[in-house]
Design a protein around this ligand. Structure first.
Ligand code: F1P
Length: 352
């Protein structure tokens, strides 16, 4: 009989070794992906997935946009059931599917709708090399080392994100960025070591009843993923917003029982830290996740996690993830739940 959360904790705390193997695999796959993009005369990247991997698609699309690609993210169900709404120029769109299992029906059926509409080639990022999606794809980044026992995605999500970040750098001919990203496993291990005590303290604080994750641009998809982890693992009220959007109504829910976590984008840091300060004045508990520190603006924070490093946000965004995964894990355990087996959920949604 395993201890509650044993797999989840192990997969979170040891994930950076799988990041390293991911980089090795992406280094091999990168030129193949770049060749497909360049030879196919595409003018847009379309990312798709479901649940966590839809949110990962959002991060990947924002990273792609930051690198000059036209890019979007849609849920698999939208592409499957509304291809005419989603696809304006199918033959000029390269579809990138992201799926831990490679078996999720909505994502698989989205590829059929894409092909039927005239889509030419299919790319896949998955943890299962023999999965339906991997077999359908023209190019695939398969990451078997990221497979996990727990239902809620942690190590798998981070590895698929590291892979997507690296592949996009190769496709953008940013070889200096590729080289800088080889530091991610060591940086990630440092973030885990430096943030676990704080994540455990906040996660175990049952006076907190509501969790708000704020993130914009490249960070928005990660705020969504943090929201989902908190729901899946700890059955808690959690919501995700673009940072400044939070003022436009949802902040009415802020009080001393709310933790507002802001994934700060250094490029808009002053405006985003202003929101954090306002939420503190409303009585909320505030946690800022920053690149190299909030500086004076952080004076009124309850907590801060600075992931550090000289990497750009497009290179380092995955570093924000481990503390958020630990936060959800510790809250689940504090509530006497087993994050390895989230209520109602299965590892993949396969439809009849
Ligand atoms: C997608 C997914 C997960 C979710 C749950 C059910 O799986 O929706 O995001 O957390 O595990 O499946 P996949 O397509 O990434 O395998």
């Amino acid at each position: 009989m395993t201890k509650a959360g044993q797999h989840t904790y192990s997969e979170i705390s040891t994930q950076t070794s799988a990041w390293a193997e991911t980089l090795d695999r992406a280094r091999v796959a990168g030129p193949i992906w770049a060749e497909l993009w360049q030879s196919g005369n595409y003018d847009e990247l379309l990312f798709t997935g479901c649940g966590s991997t839809y949110y990962l698609s959002q991060v990947a699309a924002a990273v792609a946009q930051s690198r000059g690609f036209a890019a979007r993210a849609v849920p698999g169900s939208e592409l499957w059931l509304r291809p005419r709404l989603v696809l304006q120029r199918p033959a000029r769109t390269l579809l990138v599917t992201i799926s831990r299992s490679g078996e999720t029906s909505e994502t698989v059926r989205a590829t059929d709708a894409y092909r039927a509409a005239g889509g030419k080639a299919l790319a896949a990022i998955t943890c299962y090399p023999e999965s339906v999606l991997a077999r359908k794809a023209d190019v695939a980044l398969a990451l078997p080392q990221a497979q996990e026992m727990s239902v809620a995605q942690t190590r798998s999500f981070a590895c698929m994100l590291v892979g997507a970040q690296y592949l996009l750098a190769v496709m953008a001919d940013d070889y200096a960025g590729c080289e800088r990203m080889t530091a991610l496993p060591a940086l990630g291990q440092g973030v885990l070591a430096n943030s676990e005590a704080l994540a455990a303290r906040l996660g175990s604080d049952l006076t907190l009843e509501r969790f708000f994750f704020l993130g914009s641009g490249i960070c928005h998809g990660l705020a969504q993923e943090a929201m989902l982890k908190m729901k899946e693992m700890s059955l808690s009220h959690s919501e995700a917003f673009h940072v400044l959007e939070f003022r436009h109504g949802p902040m009415s829910l802020v009080d001393e029982r709310a933790l507002v976590t802001c994934l700060v984008d250094d490029g808009a840091g002053d405006h985003e830290m202003m929101v954090v300060g306002e939420m503190k004045r409303l009585g909320g508990r505030v946690l800022a996740m920053t690149g190299n520190g909030a500086g004076a603006a952080g004076a009124r924070l309850d907590a801060e996690i600075a992931v550090g490093s000289q990497l750009s946000l497009a290179e380092r965004v995955v570093l924000y993830l481990p503390p958020l995964q630990l936060l959800a894990y510790y809250r689940a355990v504090a509530k006497g739940l087993d994050p390895d087996r989230p209520r109602h959920l299965t590892a993949a949604v396969v439809l009849p």
